[in-house]
Design a protein around this ligand. Structure first.
Ligand code: MF3
Ligand code: CO
Length: 257
């Protein structure tokens, strides 16, 4: 219905929580190694989030979600539940999705990690997914039609013979985990929304190496590709500024290129 425009105070709080969210993703990098389980990676993130940063995971308890992070490996599209039984192997690709609450404000970001050496296809999928996010971020500015974001992502994915998952989208974020505007990662000509300074939303494309179709496991969370192809996702929380954008979850050493 209504898109909440953030004020200076909100934006400062969103910068703070965004930075913490980004730091979790940098912190976990050195633990990504063959043999470690996704359950152990979740434990390490939990310890860092609660004991080091003294903040809260937005995942735990969200619609009954049982863990602190989502870890989605290979053919898992999103919402993979960390498990001590799921051990990383050389050549795996995985997404770690971190959602944090500090002072009532939410931060949300995810990235791909590669375990050892992966296939050229897996590498390309991760690269193209990140590129689609970056190219979409770079066009963000006041008065941009919101649909141009999805149009950009779809074009890059499909040019590379990959497909865009349609069942999940980016979302406005602030004092709510998910709010308007909802940001599709494919073109929807019916969407007439124009971006305005002070909007904050995520862009979080999920791109498959095969067809776009997905299904959900009996655990009600784990989403997989129907054709067992690989899936990749990158996510940032973005503020629309007077002249363009600010990436609130930008990591140290990360450049939007
Ligand atoms: N982080 C996801 C998002 O981008 C939501 C995960 S909800 C959870 O919106 F419960 F699965 F953690
Ligand atoms: Co999100």
């Amino acid at each position: 219905m209504v898109i909440i425009i953030k004020n200076k105070f909100d934006i400062e709080k969103m910068r703070i929580v965004g930075k913490i969210t980004a730091k979790v993703l940098n912190m976990i990098q050195k633990y990504i190694t063959p043999g470690i389980s996704t359950g152990e990676l979740d434990d390490i993130c939990k310890d860092y989030i609660y004991n080091k940063k003294k903040v809260i995971s937005a995942c735990l308890g969200y619609q009954g979600y049982p863990k602190y992070t989502c870890i989605s490996r290979n053919n898992v599209v999103c919402h993979g539940i960390p498990s001590y039984k799921e051990k990383l192997k050389n050549g795996d690709i995985l997404n770690i999705d971190i959602s944090i609450i500090k002072d009532g404000y939410f931060g949300d970001s995810s990235k791909m990690f590669i375990v050892g050496q992966c296939s050229n296809l897996a590498k390309k999928l991760c690269y193209i997914t990140q590129k689609s996010l970056y190219e979409a971020i770079k066009i963000v500015k006041p008065n941009l039609p919101l649909r141009n974001i999805g149009k950009k992502i779809q074009k890059i994915a499909e040019k590379n013979n990959f497909s865009v998952v349609r069942e999940y989208c980016g979302h406005g974020i602030g004092k709510n985990f998910h709010e308007e505007p909802y940001v599709l990662h494919y073109d929807d000509h019916r969407n007439k929304i124009l971006l305005k300074e002070g909007m904050i939303f995520t862009i979080e494309p999920m791109i498959n190496s095969g067809k776009r179709y997905i299904y959900c496991e009996k655990d009600k969370w784990t989403v997989k590709t129907k054709d067992n192809s690989l899936s990749a996702q990158y996510e940032h929380t973005i503020l629309v500024t007077q002249t363009g954008y600010e990436v609130l979850t930008l990591r140290k050493n990360e450049k939007i290129i």
